[in-house]
Write a new protein. Sequence first.
Lengths: 83, 650
Amino acid sequence: MLLHDELRKFVTDSFMFGELYDGFSDGDSFLEQGIIDSTAVLELIAFLEERYAIKLQDRDLIPDNLDSVNGLARFVESRLQSH
Amino acid sequence: MCGIAGIFNLDGAPIDQESLWRMIGMLAHRGPDSAGVHVEDSVGLAHSRLSIIDLARGQQPMCNEDSSLWITFNGEIFNYVELRDELVQKGHRFATRSDTEVILHLYEEKGEDCVRYLNGQWAFAIWDNRHRRLFLSRDRLGVRPLFFTQTNKAFIFGSEIKAIFALPDVPREIDVNGLDEVFTYWCTIPPTTLFRNISELPPGHSMTVDAGGVTFRQYWDCQFESTPAVVEPGQEQAYADELLELLINATQIRLRSDVPVGAHLSGGLDSTVIATLAKRFTSTPLRTFSVTFDDAELDESSFQREVVHFLGTDHQELHCSKNQIGEVFPDVIWHTEKPVLRTAPAPMYLLSRLVRNSGYKVVVTGEGADEVLGGYDIFKETKIRRFWESQPDSALRPLLLRRLYPYLRNLQNLPDAYRKAFFHINVDSNLQPFFSHIPRWELTSKLKMFFSGATRAAITGDDGYSNIRSRLPTSYLSWDSFCQAQYLETKYLLPGYILSSQGDRMAMAHSVEGRFPFLDHRVVEFASRLSSRLKMKVLNEKYLLKRSAAGLVPPSVAKRHKQPYRAPEACSFLQPAARDYVEALLSPEQIARDGIFDARLVVKLLEKFCKGAAIGVKDNLALVGIISTQLLMHQFINHFESRASSLVAA
């Protein structure tokens, strides 16, 4: 499965329980869409660390990295490439 | 403590006694000691009795000297001794020593205003034959329940909804607006209930029913001060002493009973204070009861044992496992009669069974202190958020939230936009009256994503929290955020969840009566006049109570931070005792048949739990809420007759 697809599936399964909002796109902000809350952030971090064997540092926890499917994909790709 | 029920045929038709017996049969758990009915033309009253005061002569329904008044009463009037003396001086003659008879004579003397003189916890109905009217009332804080419905022909009431449903003519349907309220506020907002056309008399209200119709009257409300008196540090002890005096008397009169009174012990400050005061007035060793858990995060047994050692009580523990919670949850929901989002009522159900099996019918507890004297985290969170809001760009102010939520280890590094969004720092001006509760209500409302399209379409709307907004007292906006938060907790969650789903219903499921000194209206009124700073000094919760209790309770208990009472959550439903019914109730076919939730989403949620991937608060609330709603559908809509007929036959 492509990285984008995998991340989208995780977000939709875990936080939206498979229900895609009409018009939801990979660039949409999780925060603005009300998809993510304080415990969901922890779930998201745990998934990224376990699935991609990467360790997130405090400096990584910024909206650019975590707030959309595109942002997540960019972040994961860059971390995997730097390994 | 008892169960009450009744029918008033508005068309004048005679009462069918069999219907009354069927209704009161549904409430046998509330009053297993005896049952009675009184029928008078078109009015019938029924009662199931838990004998506590005047064991020999307190049977109900009870009448006055000339039988012009008849009462069916659930509860206790704790100042009945003083009221009785006053009434005797005025010439009233009593046939019993019961508090029930005091209400009748007080009604003769004061009419509908009689409730203003009562100190206690009650739900009662008086048939006033002279005026051909039924007068019903419920206590100030909503300790005891009272539900009613009206058909074309009759007004019908009962302590629990299942008594009303015992009449086959009463339709049983889910009210999606009640469901919408539970999935917002954690409770229904009276008069709404989970069932269509079934109403709840709000706390602090009375009502009359006669040929002219139904009239409601609010006789009490929790009121705070717009500009509370400034208390200098040197005056604090005087306030602490006054609070202690009130609590001593509130506890003392709550020990009035012809059967022994025990106490709950959580290991926290509130129950320890009450157990300490109760011990002063108990000649035999005080019997105490507590719940313990495997999970160290939830378990308070070390504090409980310290208090037991300190007070020298005769103590019993109920060790509660996840499997037990899963096992008893269907019965818990049979008694709550509304969905719950936490499993916390289940251990209380098991605890009351232990109390009853130990030969006790009455317990005093520390319930109400957190609402009245400022103990809950939501009050602390409100203070921090207000402090943060005044300088929204501060990097340090939000870090105070880590005191409440230790798991937010990365709070300081979370993006500012995340922090502000999660804690609702930029609350719209029209939502400012609910500043304290917006984070909870917004989070809970997200659970409605599991509602089916049909459910969403049928909800007629609670835009901008209008159900609560329309009921706010006129002075509400002049109170500070802390008092507003206290009002919302005391007015809605306390009666709608804490005292009902977690309180009366769990205790009465095993015929046990709870008594709550912190909810003596004199204590509540005293506390509501206090400055918020005296209740929570900076972030030190229940500051005044701690001063009052200094020297009374073990220092470690007085100093410890408030630990919210919590039980193992949704993991309880993955245990062997729950697996079968959870699979059946949450099967896509059953979810689709019942129509309340979206089967596709519920399947995904359950999968997430089964994979061990559900760690968030929201997922836990969702699963408990969905299972409890499905249990209500199963027990009250789809299969009510089978359970009802077995109860009535018994």
